[in-house]
Every structure is written in structure tokens, then in C-alpha cells.
Design a protein around this ligand. Structure first.
Ligand code: PEP
Ligand code: MG
Length: 538
């Protein structure tokens, strides 16, 4: 028994035989070709075939994984129609008297290198796409079939990396899990795996010799176990069965409303940290996204993410949620979330210090960039903006002023955005609870951050494990603060949700519904369980 550990791109357990992905031989040799016109005609035919294959893939992806994921194949078709790309291939064939395969390979490499050197991360990511389409044309020129990946039984598929086109072409019924030696958890392939509901691991240092052996993929820990012993196999078989039984029961609640027997409806939303998590929300039938912790975009970078990069991320989430509400919280760093490049000074009391909205209202240029990205993305879906760590009215007023100034900038440039974009605040300080009536007049919604609200109400550091004896997640003061917030919100027509961990606490669901909560936002895997509790209520 051997274990190989990488990163989990999508959770779940898979047990089965391991198969190494077979890639077609696409070795390209440089050959001298006198008849350039005939070679260009060969290229044009191979390109036309590639475009029609990509159209087929687009249609398959549209059916299997939805419009947002299918779009990549439209982009690939556009790449092949790109004038610069075509000019480069034809110019190489004519000027260097080379074969079409070589001209396409050269062009593909050059364009990929150009994309890879770009500053914008989204554009850098396109390097893999241009290589993928070039390989498709080369395969057509060589008369290949793209590899021989037809299996007689469902397998754990192992590959160095998987291009989106390869992933979507695979027979979903025959793949138990994906394991790649390279790749990132945010690659298109990882996103596709999540949407296809297939456990996936990336960056696993697994040798090729495992081909044909038995394996267990543990998507919780990012591990693949090869040739498991009997005890391990039995343990995972039991885990898998339990997981399946639980899932099946909850599956039945998909597509159903989160409504009590007496007709009280609550919206159940999911919390996410990035684009890659949207699949979980959809898989668990989330009715929207109640908290997108945007600071994870900043945390995963080595410098301030550009407006364009943020725009792409917010837009992607909005599009994936297809009209459902997506509440994006503006930058909430400081305290336990520190970022080196912000160069924040050391503080004695970081939880009570320079954090979240306090940073945004001091270093306004960072805030302005984020707000412009959010506004631009609002043209592509149902985005709402939420400000964290509010204690005073003036903070909300100033944040709204800055937001309006960004709207003016976009308007003057003719850039579209949602004029009446919904704006809310997090209620996570006792000050905000006590000021809830005044604050409610300024915004469309409240979302109660019970993690911080508990910490600040009970004066109890949420990070400190030694305080467990004193810690009461259901402290009556916190519950009273929640009740007060809901009542104040409703007095002013401001809807109220909870996006802290308490929102998913099954012991409190009934209490919150009775208090009049409008929305609960939680880790996506808790949504169906909470729906069940609500539907069982009178
Ligand atoms: C909260 O404080 O409850 C909350 C949702 O925000 P975070 O956990 O990100 O501080
Ligand atoms: Mg918080």
C-alpha cells in the first residue's frame, strides 16, 4: 500500500482501478514543403475540422455542465479564427517552406509564450488554451484521433494534466475520479470536475507505474492510496456507502423550496471564498450566494489584484449563478487575515484594530478599485455589495459616497453596470446591533456575522482555544442581539440574513426562523440539511 498526497480540487471518495490517460502521439517534425498553396489548403481543412469539433464539444458541454463552462469552447473557436494566429501559420508555411504541422506548432508555442508573459493572470491562463487548440489542429493534420481513452469499466483517471477539452470529452460514466500531477485547484479542469461532481486531486506526485492497480481517492485529504490493504479498503467502502446514503436522502430535497409547513419561506444561500466554490453551491441547490469572502482573492496573490482580475472573478461567479443573488463582501482583512503586501503595522490588539472597512476608508484607492470591479461585474448577473465591520452611520455614508463616485466614473466612460445595485452591511459588532434602526435606513439588507458578533459581544477572542470553558456558541446575549437586529431591519423594510457559522447550526434553525430571519447563508454542504429542518417545521 502506497499513499500519494496532493491537493483536493473536489471532495468525495472513489474506489476503483487506476488508468493512466493515454495521449495521442503529437510529435511534430519540421519538413520542407515546396507546394505552399497545397500546405495552406491542408491547414485550412484541419482548422475547419477543428472548429466543427469544438462546436460539437460546445454543445456537449452545454448539455453536461452548462453555458458558463461551455463558453471556453467558443473562445477556442474564436482563437482559431484570430487573424494574427492565421497570418502567423500561413506566413511560416510560405516564407520558410515548412509543413503545416510545424507552422501550427510554432505559432501555438509563440502565442502561448506571449500569453504566459502577460501581467494579467486571466490572460496568462489563456496560454494553455492556445496550446490546446493548436494541438487539436495538429492532431487533425496528423490524422490522429486524440488518444485512446475508452474504458470497459469506470476508472480513476491519472494524467500529467488535463485540458478542458480532454476533460469534457471523457465519458462521465466511466470516470470515478481525476488525479493530475500538475494543475491547480482553480483550473478550468478542476472547475469542470466540481461541476461534474467527480472527486478530483491535483499536484499529486504519483508515478506512472500505478496504471492498472487498485486505488482509493480521498477527496477530503487530497490523498490517493494505491493497492490498499483490506482494512483500509473496508474503511473507505463503509465511508463511501455512508456518504452515498446521506446524499441520497438529501438529494430528494433538491429543487424544493425551503419553506415551513405553515408557509414561512427562508432563502438558503451558500458561502464561498472564490470562483472555485460556486460548484458546491450549485451542487447543493443553494438559492444564491450570501457571502463571497472577497479577501481570498487578495490572500491568494502576491500583489494587489487588478480591477480587471477582480472583475473577471466577480463576473464569473455572477454568470455561474445565472441570475441568482450573489452577495460580495468588500475586502475584510486585518485581525486573523494578514497580507504581507498591505504592509500593515504590528498591532497590540489586531481584532480591535485596523481591519476591514477601516482599511478601505483609509486607503481609498484599494476600495475604489474593488468597487469598480464589482460594479462592472454587476452587468453580468445579480450582484449585491456588502460592507463588513460597520460600527457607525458615517462609515456607511462614506462607503456609499465612494461607491457613487465609482458609478459616476463608469457612467462617464459608458461602461455598463446595475444602477440600482443592492447594498448591505454586515452586523458583526454590538455597536451595529445597537445602531441597527439608523443603519437600516441606509441599506437594503443586513447580514449578521455571528462569528465576529459572538467574539465582540462576549469579549472572547475567536482564535483562542484556551477560552473554550467560557465560550458558549448559543450565548443568550448573541441570540438577543440577533433578534434585535431582525426586528430593527424589518421596521425599515431591510431584509435580514445570517452568514456566520451559527447560520448552519441545526440546533438554532428553528429559533432563527421563528425570529423572522429572511435568509441563512452557510457552507454549501449544510444547505440541504438545513432545508430539511425548515421543511419539517410547522
Ligand atoms: C462573521 O464574522 O461571522 C463572518 C461571516 O465573517 P468572517 O468569518 O469572514 O469574519
Ligand atoms: Mg466577520
Amino acid at each position: 500500500m502506497e499513499k500519494y498526497v496532493g491537493k483536493a480540487a473536489f471532495k468525495g471518495i472513489a474506489i476503483g482501478r487506476i488508468a493512466e490517460m493515454v495521449k495521442a502521439d503529437k510529435t511534430v517534425r519540421r519538413e520542407h514543403v515546396e507546394d505552399s498553396a497545397a500546405e495552406i489548403a491542408r491547414y485550412e481543412a484541419a482548422k475547419a475540422a477543428a472548429i466543427s469539433q469544438l462546436q460539437g464539444l460546445y454543445e456537449k458541454a452545454l448539455k453536461d455542465v452548462g453555458e458558463a463552462h461551455a463558453e471556453i469552447f467558443e473562445v477556442h473557436q474564436m482563437m482559431l479564427d484570430d487573424e494574427d494566429y492565421n497570418d502567423s501559420v500561413i506566413d511560416l508555411i510560405e516564407s520558410q517552406k515548412v509543413n503545416a504541422e510545424f507552422a501550427v506548432a510554432e505559432t501555438g508555442d509563440n502565442f502561448a509564450a506571449m500569453f504566459a508573459s502577460m501581467e494579467d493572470e486571466y490572460m496568462r491562463g489563456r496560454a494553455a488554451d492556445v496550446k490546446d487548440v493548436s494541438e487539436r489542429v495538429i492532431t487533425n493534420l496528423l490524422g490522429g484521433d486524440g488518444g485512446g481513452n475508452t474504458f470497459t469499466e469506470p476508472v480513476i483517471l491519472v494524467a500529467d494534466d488535463l485540458a478542458p477539452s480532454e476533460t469534457v470529452q471523457l465519458d462521465k460514466e466511466m470516470v470515478l475520479a481525476f488525479v493530475t500531477r500538475q494543475g491547480s485547484t482553480n483550473s478550468h479542469t478542476a472547475i469542470l470536475a466540481r461541476t461534474m461532481n467527480i472527486p478530483a486531486l491535483v499536484q499529486v506526485p504519483i508515478p506512472k507505474e500505478v496504471d492498472g492497480l487498485m486505488g482509493i481517492v480521498d477527496g477530503m485529504t487530497g490523498t490517493i492510496i494505491v493497492e490498499p490493504d483490506e482494512a483500509t479498503l473496508a474503511k473507505y467502502q463503509e465511508l463511501k456507502e455512508k456518504e452515498a446514503a446521506k446524499k441520497k436522502l438529501l438529494e430528494e430535497l433538491k429543487g424544493k423550496e425551503s419553506v415551513t409547513k405553515s408557509g414561512r419561506k427562508v432563502h438558503l444561500y451558500g458561502n464561498i471564498g472564490g470562483v472555485g466554490d460556486v460548484g458546491y453551491v450549485k451542487e447543493n441547490d443553494g438559492e444564491g450566494i450570501g457571502l463571497f469572502r472577497s479577501e481570498f482573492l487578495y490572500l491568494s496573490d502576491t500583489d494587489y489584484p487588478s480591477e480587471e482580475k477582480q472583475f473577471q472573478a466577480y463576473k464569473q461567479v455572477a454568470e455561474l449563478m445565472a441570475g441568482k443573488q450573489v452577495i460580495i463582501r468588500t475586502l475584510d482583512i486585518g485581525a486573523d487575515k494578514q497580507i504581507d503586501y498591505f504592509n500593515l503595522e504590528h498591532e497590540e490588539n489586531p481584532a480591535l484594530g485596523f481591519r476591514a472597512i477601516r482599511i478601505c476608508l483609509t486607503r481609498e484607492e484599494i476600495f475604489e478599485t474593488q468597487l469598480r470591479a464589482l460594479l462592472r461585474a454587476s452587468a453580468f448577473g445579480n450582484i449585491a455589495i456588502m460592507f463588513p465591520m460597520i460600527i457607525s452611520k458615517w462609515e456607511v455614508e462614506r462607503a456609499l459616497e465612494i461607491l457613487n463616485a465609482q458609478k459616476d466614473i463608469l457612467r462617464s466612460k459608458g461602461i455598463p453596470f446595475k444602477e440600482d445595485i443592492s447594498v448591505g452591511i454586515m452586523i458583526e459588532t454590538p455597536a451595529a446591533v445597537l445602531m441597527a434602526d439608523e443603519l437600516a435606513e441606509l441599506v437594503d439588507f443586513f447580514s449578521i456575522g455571528t462569528n465576529d458578533l459572538t467574539q465582540y459581544t462576549c469579549a472572547m477572542d475567536r482564535q483562542n482555544q484556551h477560552l473554550e470553558k467560557f465560550f458558549d456558541a448559543h450565548h443568550p446575549a448573541v441570540l438577543k442581539a440577533i433578534q434585535m437586529t431582525i426586528e430593527a431591519g424589518h421596521r425599515h423594510n431591510t431584509w435580514v440574513g445570517i452568514c456566520g457559522e451559527l447560520g448552519a447550526d441545526p440546533a438554532l434553525t428553528e429559533t432563527f426562523v421563528k425570529m423572522g430571519i429572511d435568509e441563512l447563508s452557510m457552507s454549501p454542504t449544510s444547505i440541504l440539511q438545513t432545508r430539511k429542518i425548515i421543511r419539517d417545521m410547522d
